[in-house]
Design a protein around this ligand. Structure first.
Ligand code: FES
Length: 111
């Protein structure tokens, strides 16, 4: 599986999110990352409720308080660390994890 360079960790604030369209694949992959201080996680940008993209606006995947990932369509809330839905129409379901690695401050997706 290829490693796709996403961005440097210091391009994100301590609690931040960013979306990426990976065009090396056909069809292209739509993923996002969330930095939560020292932890970085990545998921497919597809809500388990009806597979809509989660972002409110480009790179905006978090609730106002930055405690959860929030789906723009119907407000489902997901735990940042494991992608599990804890509120909304897909409660109990989870986002699909994307494996990442960090090397010398650069975040890579393992797709
Ligand atoms: S599409 Fe995400 S909550 Fe409905």
């Amino acid at each position: 599986m290829p490693l796709i360079k996403l961005c440097k960790i210091n391009e994100l604030t301590e609690v931040d999110s960013r979306g990426f369209v990976i065009s090396e694949f056909s069809p292209e992959r739509n993923i996002f990352i969330v930095r939560n201080y020292d932890v970085v996680v990545a998921y497919e940008n597809s809500c388990p409720h009806n597979f809509a993209p989660l972002d409110w606006a480009p790179d905006v995947f978090l609730s106002d308080d930055k405690e959860f990932i929030q789906c723009a369509s119907h407000g489902a809330l997901f735990e940042i660390d494991n992608g599990q839905c804890i509120y909304g129409p897909c409660i109990g379901q989870s986002l699909t994890t994307v494996n990442i690695s960090i090397d010398d401050g650069v975040i890579y997706a393992d797709l």
